[in-house]
Design a protein around this ligand. Structure first.
Ligand SMILES: Cc1cc2nc3c(=O)[nH]c(=O)nc-3n(C[C@H](O)[C@H](O)[C@H](O)COP(=O)(O)O)c2cc1C
Length: 358
């Protein structure tokens, strides 16, 4: 689809132009949500400079190329989405040498860069010494980043994504310095500890401390967490002092958010609704029938956080199990003409805050 924001009809103009427009906006990795299909659609709306793949779990061996290609088919297309937005591959693991081997393989496959996951809060991942628990061991964090940095050619960027800490923030600055000294070119800071989970708020001011700790090192700090609106983005940039944002759930719920944050005109429901039948088409040949409907419901559920019109659609498919019926409903309610004439449901606004994520 077109990424030209000036073509938007019935557009939403942000309440105010952000006082600071970010230099860089990234689409966050979201395992189980932002697969390559949804990445393509969301990044295709515009305003996103780069995506990150869902985490690719590495245990004790070099993964075969087909695993990388399945999780990140963009590797077949120069590590870019169909709209040309670069996609960086994210690895999750704890063995520096094994992560390094897999990073080298990704570089051979043409990955735009390699990102390392130090933030996953999932119990099974943490039990196997992966994700946010690694933040208890800054030396290991250093070892991982350094090994991966050495393993890939100098032109391939290496970045890291972290939370404020595992149980507390005690080692926040040690971890950030470890990443910087080991050669990370970017650090994304999700401004919560693992214990905070996804519970608001995100502590954006802590990101400013990270920036100060690594000032003078040649790396960029990117702020992440709980940015749902232009106002949130403005406050996050001000509190963190960053010039770059990573947006996750906010961009899934409102694919026009990156444009809006840049002060550009963002598409309304009339432009977003037709992406749903497109999504169903992309999911259909690749996802087992029993999961297909769930994928579509999941995105509609998230969209209704931002678009009241999505509530009517959600009500229509919520209790339906048959994937074909769900797809048909989406096709009939979200075809371009249907979306243009859809009447916003005032009632839908009431249940906005109840919308959850996976
Ligand atoms: C369902 C879900 C899956 C996620 N998967 C990943 C992942 O694979 N790798 C990662 O680094 N972060 C992952 N995250 C964290 C997000 O990238 C992001 O840091 C977090 O959602 C906060 O940003 P937001 O408030 O903009 O969503 C995930 C978050 C959610 C909700």
């Amino acid at each position: 689809m077109s990424t030209d924001p000036t073509q938007a009809q019935h557009s939403r103009v942000p309440s105010g132009v952000p006082s600071r427009v970010p230099q860089l906006i990234l689409l966050a990795p979201m395992e189980g949500v932002l697969d390559h299909r949804l990445r393509a659609l969301v990044a295709g709306v515009g305003g996103v400079d780069r995506c990150v793949s869902e985490f690719i779990r590495v245990t004790d061996r070099l993964l075969p190329a087909r695993v990388f290609l399945r999780l990140m088919p963009e590797l077949r297309h120069g590590s870019r989405t169909p709209a040309g937005v670069p996609v960086r591959a994210q690895l999750l693991g704890s063995e520096p040498a094994v992560l390094a081997d897999n990073a080298a393989r990704l570089a051979e496959l043409g990955a735009e860069g390699v990102d390392l996951n130090f933030g996953c809060p999932a119990k099974t991942v943490n039990r196997h010494r992966g994700g946010a628990v690694l933040l208890d061991e800054p030396e290991l964090v250093h070892g991982i980043v350094a090994a991966v940095r050495r393993a890939v050619p100098p032109g391939v960027p290496v970045s890291a994504k972290m939370r404020l800490g595992h149980r507390d923030e005690e080692r926040l600055l040690d971890n950030a310095r470890a990443m910087a000294e080991a050669g990370a070119g970017e650090i994304v800071v999700h401004a919560r500890t693992k214990l905070h989970g996804y519970k608001p708020p995100a502590y954006w001011d802590r990101i400013a401390r990270v920036r100060e700790a690594v000032a003078g090192q040649n790396l960029r700090v990117i702020a992440n967490g709980e940015v749902w609106s232009v106002d949130d983005a403005r406050r996050c940039l001000a509190e963190s002092g960053c010039d770059a944002l990573m947006l996750g759930r906010g961009l899934v719920a409102d694919p026009g958010l990156a444009l809006a944050v840049r002060g550009l005109v963002a598409p309304g429901w009339d432009r977003i609704a037709p992406l749903l039948p497109r999504y169903a088409e992309l999911v259909r040949p690749e996802v087992a029938a029993r999961h297909r409907g769930g994928r579509i419901k999941q995105w509609v559920n998230q969209l209704r956080r931002h678009f009241p019109e999505a509530q009517a659609l959600y009500e229509a498919i919520r209790t339906v199990h048959d994937a074909d019926t769900i797809e048909q409903t989406v096709r009939s309610l979200c075809a371009p003409q249907a979306a243009e004439t859809a009447v916003p449901m005032e009632k839908a606004r009431e249940s906005f805050d109840l919308a959850g994520f996976v």
